[in-house]
Ligand binder design. Structure first.
Ligand SMILES: *[C@@H]1O[C@H](CO)[C@@H](O)[C@H](O)[C@H]1NC(C)=O
Ligand SMILES: *[C@@H]1O[C@H](CO)[C@@H](O)[C@H](O)[C@H]1NC(C)=O
Ligand SMILES: *[C@@H]1O[C@H](CO)[C@@H](O)[C@H](O)[C@H]1NC(C)=O
Ligand SMILES: *[C@@H]1O[C@H](CO)[C@@H](O)[C@H](O)[C@H]1NC(C)=O
Ligand SMILES: *[C@@H]1O[C@H](CO)[C@@H](O)[C@H](O)[C@H]1NC(C)=O
Ligand SMILES: *[C@@H]1O[C@H](CO)[C@@H](O)[C@H](O)[C@H]1NC(C)=O
Length: 173
């Protein structure tokens, strides 16, 4: 994938997360799975009711060895006769992403997640990783109503270590 495409994908993803005209979005399921339990162990991965219309995402995992090289593959799927790829399919260098906190778009995403997780630092990552009560999701109006699935594949040293998949629905009205 060339770098222009990657930037476009990242921009789309950021727009997806931060656009302020926020219609109704609700997470409906979360799935975490480790492919290498000598590196990543999940203790907890589930949604909780946050308010009548919202759920919050809660993840508790341990990285048993330090992580210095992480990449994240983000792929959005939309449900129409099964889940089909939709709009976003991009791979980010996780460690680099976290270092570049001065970038305005990165900063906006950062502001969404920094209060609810332990990821408020740069690589290496080791030990307990927690996402607690993540619920402030804002989406652009340009997503059509429907059911979606955000697939996040996490690679350490180029090898897939775990996945975190979040199902959500989006309601335009
Ligand atoms: C699994 O994790 C260990 C570290 O605990 C690492 O050395 C090994 O390369 C990993 N295996 C794969 C297939 O990623
Ligand atoms: C994470 O899960 C472990 C194992 O269940 C537990 O001991 C620990 O207290 C949890 N930590 C947080 C911050 O939830
Ligand atoms: C919350 O849900 C209720 C009933 O399902 C609906 O009437 C209301 O508009 C929703 N509120 C928001 C902010 O989406
Ligand atoms: C994140 O880390 C920075 C630098 O270590 C610190 O100044 C800031 O207060 C932290 N933010 C949160 C929300 O923990
Ligand atoms: C994050 O926490 C700080 C201090 O606790 C608070 O001032 C700020 O409004 C919070 N930001 C978000 C996005 O919740
Ligand atoms: C991360 O590891 C992969 C596989 O070993 C390698 O191809 C890549 O260049 C590394 N990335 C960085 C930023 O070191």
């Amino acid at each position: 994938m060339n770098s222009k495409l990657i930037s476009l994908g990242v921009a789309a993803f950021l727009a997806f997360l931060v656009c302020s005209e926020a219609p109704f979005v609700k997470m409906t399921n979360a799935v975490c799975e480790s492919y290498n339990k000598s590196w990543v162990v999940f203790h907890y991965c589930r949604l909780k009711a946050y308010s009548r219309n919202k759920t919050s995402l809660n993840i508790n995992a341990t990285f048993l060895e330090p992580v210095n090289n992480a990449s994240i593959k983000l792929k959005l799927m939309k449900k129409e006769n099964g889940y089909k790829p939709f709009l976003i399919d991009v791979t980010l260098d996780g460690c680099k992403f976290l270092r570049k906190r001065n970038h305005p778009a990165v900063k906006m995403v950062w502001n969404l997640i920094k209060n609810v997780s332990t990821v408020n630092h740069t690589c290496p990552y080791v030990g307990l990783q927690v996402v607690k009560d993540f619920h402030r999701i804002e989406l652009p109006i340009l997503l059509p109503s429907g059911d979606y699935l955000l697939l996040l594949d996490w690679f350490f040293d180029g090898k897939k270590q775990f996945i975190t998949n979040v199902y959500f629905n989006f309601n335009e009205d």
